[in-house]
Design a protein around this ligand. Sequence first.
Ligand code: AKG
Ligand code: FE2
Length: 289
Amino acid sequence: MSVQTITPELRQWIVEQATAGCSPDAVLKAMLASGWQEDVAVQAMEETLATYLRERGVSPDAAVAAADVDPRPMPAPDLRDSPNVLWAGDREVSVVMTMQEPRVVVFGGLLSDDECDELRALAEPRLARSETVRTDTGGSEVSDARTSEGMFFQRAEHPLCERIERRIATLLRWPMDHGEGLQVLRYRPGAEYKPHYDYFDPAQPGTPSILKRGGQRVGTVVMYLNTPEQGGATTFPDVKLEVAPVKGNAVFFSYDRPHPMTRTLHGGAPVLRGEKWVATKWLREGRFD
Ligand SMILES: O=C(O)CCC(=O)C(=O)O
Ligand SMILES: [Fe+2]
């Protein structure tokens, strides 16, 4: 695929459409219809309109407020006053690292050591070779991309699951019923989870049926239930970020559209020594019943 660039003519055209009263959605649709790639089109619109407003002394926040456009609500911790510690309803959680693009926040001490151990013990008897959702059919299958063993809890299946779900809901300000049940994975030495996106690929024929229950995934929390002796980081290859798996810590990332431009490609690097245990919580845009 050729690389498309944002030309002065394209910028000019976008400003003309916007000042003529076309909605951003309509401008984007027109660009897609004339062959622009979605990520280039969105970036061109965002850049052009931000520059246009800045030149006229209007802050983007004021413009959004004036246009009464609600940006899509997303799960996110409240980091407005740069806190180093957050209250998650029943426990203090520390903020270890944040990144804007992709949106990534690493939390320290989301789970206690005892909670990690108890969750592992509850999950262990039910572990089976991990299956991956097949978006072509909507079913699931064992895949080489994922050499871990895993299991799913129902939401609130156990008081411990419920406590963790409530804590995450408080921390990320996202309703408990907009999330899937916890998934627990065990990686043995050599096991890995190759880089992937957690959202369901809209181009796949099985996706519409998956989306009927809860809509798209919009965020992921990967909680580390132990500290592997070596290896097993959660990697974000697009931005060359590696999050070390440390017992009780968690990495949260969100994606406001099911598109690679969110740069949320991520994977579990091979475990080199010891085992790696994680619990994953996926957040949906709607109620997951
Ligand atoms: O094991 C990891 O670090 C990542 C897990 C993951 O990507 C997932 O469960 O979707
Ligand atoms: Fe993932």
